[in-house]
Design a protein around this ligand. Structure first.
Ligand code: ZN
Length: 145
């Protein structure tokens, strides 16, 4: 568990952050540029996530970081009422969701700016980039405007 100084001399508990190495570091680098990019296979054109070396569809090792439109639909979710980490103690209840992007990939993320009772399967959502700590930017989602 990391801590970082915050204004006022208090110490803020950091949430668990992604380990920035390899292809994962590249994915979050694009997020830090406010770009949601996924790997797209140059062999068959299929988008994929989580980042990996080979295409699970055709086995090709050729791919690119393709820019997603950042829009999708709510596939499923859960409402977290009990913080499993002290960094989230002030955030409960919050929504952990699986979003299906228009490009076909699914992403486990947070859904924000929406009360849990307003959630509906299939609702339109869009990406919003949120700083999680130590400069790491995460792609969260919110109801589409
Ligand atoms: Zn492929």
């Amino acid at each position: 568990m990391g801590v970082s100084p915050s204004s006022g001399g208090e110490r803020q508990i950091l949430p668990p952050l992604p380990v920035l190495e390899g292809l994962t570091a590249q994915f979050y680098h694009w997020c830090s540029q406010s770009q949601l990019r996924f790997q797209r296979c140059k062999g068959c054109g299929r988008w994929r996530h989580i980042p990996r070396v080979a295409c699970p569809q055709c086995g090709s090792l050729e791919w690119e970081w393709a820019l997603s439109g950042g829009r999708g639909r709510l596939f499923t979710w859960t409402v977290v009422a009990r913080p499993m980490h002290p960094a989230f103690a002030q955030e409960v209840p919050y929504v952990v969701a699986i979003i299906e992007l228009e490009e076909g990939v699914r992403l486990i993320t947070r859904l924000v700016d929406c009360p849990p009772e307003a959630l509906q399967v299939g609702m339109s959502v869009e990406v919003t980039f949120v700083e999680a700590g130590e400069g790491v930017i995460l792609p969260f989602f919110r109801p589409a405007t």
